[in-house]
Design a protein around this ligand. Structure first.
Ligand SMILES: Cc1ncc(COP(=O)(O)O)c(C=O)c1O
Ligand SMILES: N[C@@H](CCOP(=O)(O)O)C(=O)O
Length: 465
């Protein structure tokens, strides 16, 4: 399996090479040259497999022998052994044919653990084999950071630098990152918003001359293909648990960087019968505007009660555009260049395709808080703010009551006590046992200006030999 850039000008990479990179040299994102497809019979034969067994089935065609099967199985087993629930991704029913897929049972309480426990173990495996040291650099609006740190903190061959927007993540999210005091873990609170952090990371991949000879950057954001790949699995898992592939299932996905819902789209293309894929956004609604009004114009980023989705420029939408435009790399390169300075509009054919694939809805803070209240009153189930946005979007856009609607629960409510209180809960949701002393732990992080030279100097000065 080869991986190609969405902008068509970079050399194709092998699986191992694509894991060890970030952006392609032409500025594009890597995608597989072709997708594996599974027949209904084959998918049906996976009913009853454990999460780990299913992950192997879904992921191995992408790995394509680059990691021997026995080693891949071990990497998968190790990655999900840290989850608190035996089902790994349990389903909870909250209404007629409405389900919550709990993706927050991993060590850092967000869906990011699914891919980042896996990526951490995979990197460790590849780097040991190659006897190579790398520098991991990532941007976070709150959840990727702690999951990436948790995945990489024990890797001897990795120094990890995570940039979060200063004062714009929840206190729990910040402490989950900044209380990890291993020498190879470095947290930067950047003066700016998430888009500034993500731009800084992308610019750093484009020019890595600030690193010492022999070191390279590796991405932990969803620009890294391995992130998307690992996230495809839970779409299959949820569908199989609800009677798929014999019946279709729909998914509502709280969306920011478009990685999670893109994984759902890929699952559909790989043969999983999916009826609706719902893009649920907060007030930073560029993706909802794209689908509903063909308006991809950047607006001022708002600070909301669902901070992890406070994103305006969604990296993975480029992967989607690549498919919407029949994989025309030159066209995508031109569109992305124009988007830097202005708005983007899809041509009629691409827009029609996008609307066939996705429904969308925008949920502001006020409505999101009402949904948390409403669901709790009716079911005693406490949603986190991001998940509540997905539930509301599912309810508004749903077209078939006979098709199960799965709302992805992307984070645990205990990560967002401020929002949960605002929704009327008098007690903060309890943090799991392993995080009970989070607020007593020592923190370490550096506040830096939004300036590449300063950030690069900090990074170069903190690298282990
Ligand atoms: C809790 C939570 N929900 C939803 C999202 C959006 O996911 P994606 O960026 O894959 O669209 C994020 C961050 O990305 C998140 O941390
Ligand atoms: N919501 C994310 C933003 C980064 O997204 P990623 O999926 O590209 O890593 C976060 O919590 O950091």
């Amino acid at each position: 399996m080869k991986y190609i850039s969405t902008r068509g000008q970079a050399p194709a990479l092998s699986f191992e090479e694509v894991v060890l990179t970030g952006l392609a040299p032409d500025g594009g994102l890597y995608v597989p040259e072709s997708l594996p497809e599974f027949s209904r019979d084959e998918i049906a034969s996976w009913a009853g497999l454990s999460y780990e067994e299913l992950a192997f089935k879904v992921v191995s065609p992408f790995v394509d022998g680059a990691v021997p099967d026995a080693d891949l199985k071990k990497i998968i087993a190790d990655s999900y052994s840290t989850f608190r629930h035996k089902a790994i991704a349990p389903l909870v029913q909250t209404g007629h044919n409405e389900f919550i897929l709990e993706l927050f049972q991993g060590p850092t309480l967000a869906f990011k653990d699914f891919a980042l426990q896996f990526l951490g173990n995979l990197l460790d495996y590849i780097l040991k084999k190659r006897d190579q040291k790398v520098v991991v650099m990532g941007a976070t609006s709150g959840d990727t950071g702690s999951a990436a740190i948790e995945g990489c903190r024990h890797c001897d061959n990795i120094d990890i630098f995570i940039l979060h927007p200063h004062n714009r993540v929840s206190n729990v999210q910040r402490r989950q990152m900044t209380t990890v005091l291993e020498d190879n873990v470095h947290n930067v609170a950047l003066d700016g918003n998430f888009d500034d952090c993500q731009n800084m990371v992308k610019a750093s991949f484009a020019d890595q001359s600030f690193l010492p000879e022999g070191r390279q950057l590796v991405a932990v954001n969803s620009i890294n293909w391995a992130r998307i790949m690992a996230q495809i699995v839970y779409y299959f898992y949820a569908s199989l648990a609800l009677g798929g592939p014999a019946r279709p299932v729909s998914f509502s996905v709280p969306t920011g960087n478009f990685g999670d819902i893109f994984a759902g789209y890929l699952a559909k293309r790989m043969g999983l019968p999916i009826d609706q894929l719902v893009i649920a956004t907060n007030s930073n609604d560029i993706l909802h505007r794209a689908i509903s009004a063909n308006d991809l114009s950047k607006q001022q980023l708002e600070h909301t009660l669902s901070p992890s989705m406070d994103i305006m420029v969604s990296s993975n939408f480029e992967r989607m555009l690549f498919d919407l435009y029949d994989r025309d790399g030159a066209k995508i390169a031109q569109m992305m260049e124009d988007f830097k300075t202005g708005a983007m509009h899809l041509d009629p054919k691409a827009l029609e395709r996008a609307r066939e694939l996705f429904a969308s809805h925008r949920v502001d803070d006020e409505r999101m808080l009402e949904v948390i209240r409403d669901v709790f009153e009716n079911t005693e189930y406490l949603l986190d703010p991001h998940t509540a946005i997905g539930v509301e979007a599912a309810r508004v856009t749903r077209r078939r009551q006979d098709v199960p609607m799965v709302c992805l629960a992307t984070a645990h409510p205990a990560k967002f006590p401020e929002a949960v209180q605002k929704a009327g809960q008098t007690e903060d949701p309890a943090l799991p046992h392993h995080m009970a002393d989070l607020f007593e732990r020592e923190e370490r992080y550096e506040v830096l200006p939004h300036d590449a030279e300063t950030v690069h100097k900090f990074m170069a000065g903190h690298l282990a030999c």
